[in-house]
Design a protein around this ligand. Structure first.
Ligand SMILES: Cc1cc2nc3c(=O)[nH]c(=O)nc-3n(C[C@H](O)[C@H](O)[C@H](O)COP(=O)(O)O)c2cc1C
Length: 216
């Protein structure tokens, strides 16, 4: 597929047709992520690919449990707001329960160039360098490689960070079920992948003139 066709085809896919994803295809997707750029070439990512229905369900349960814990606290202050958050998790997170494949994306932060020097020089803006978060910028490149390769293979995906508040429960599951124990790694995103159902809408994008400034 031509690159321009590939990026035009890209959209978040939240509804899937039945159909398995072979291990060979999972390997191709992660191999695309593998060659992505990262600051200092740290490649500070790990993709846990889950096809096991029981484990996907367990990830969903960990999210629901944390969502409900937050909502119960919010109930006492604003029940409408709590119910909105309950509905949000169903619409914008738990659709992955119907996907044949779920990636749990583990990643690690790092201190970019300049941080230690600024910290050593006692410059209180050092934290700003961390906030610009080059670690997560590299991870974004890797995830985008993966999702574009998924399209080339005939799949659709959705990048999901709306479950990151349930990180502790999901990380515990990954330690227990996947044996993932890398120090300082945290759950950074989920990616659901499957054969896309037709007619899924995407929101409009900004015009080129709004996002581009050219100085000649
Ligand atoms: C970092 C990131 C996090 C996202 N998290 C979620 C999410 O938790 N749930 C969801 O349904 N979509 C999520 N999305 C998808 C966006 O909502 C989507 O990309 C955006 O609305 C544009 O739509 P499109 O991807 O179809 O063009 C996320 C996308 C990115 C890049």
């Amino acid at each position: 597929m031509e690159f321009t066709e590939l990026i035009a085809k890209r959209q978040s896919i939240r509804r899937y047709k039945p159909g398995d994803i072979p291990v060979a295809d999972i390997e191709k997707m992660v191999d695309a992520a593998r060659v992505a750029p990262s600051g200092k070439n740290l490649q500070h990512w790990h993709f846990i690919a889950i096809k096991n229905r029981e484990l996907i369900r367990a990830v969903g349960d960990a999210i629901l449990e944390e969502n409900e814990r937050i909502c119960r606290i919010t109930d006492a202050i604003d029940k409408t707001r709590a119910d909105k958050f309950r509905a949000f998790v169903r619409n914008f997170t738990l659709f992955f329960l119907e996907a044949p494949l779920l990636f749990v994306v583990m990643a690690k932060q790092y201190e970019p160039s300049g941080y230690f020097e600024m910290d050593f020089a006692n410059l209180d803006k050092a934290w700003l360098i961390l906030e610009k978060n080059p670690g997560m910028q590299g991870l974004g490149a890797a995830i985008e490689h993966l999702t574009l390769r998924a399209i080339e293979l005939g799949y659709g995906s959705c990048w999901i960070t709306s479950a990151n508040y349930a990180d502790e429960g999901i990380e515990a599951l990954m330690r227990e079920k996947a044996g993932f124990n890398e120090p300082n790694y945290f759950m950074a995103a989920l990616i659901s992948v499957g054969i896309p159902e037709e007619n899924q809408k995407s929101p409009p994008k900004k015009a080129l003139s709004e996002i581009l400034t050219i100085l000649e």
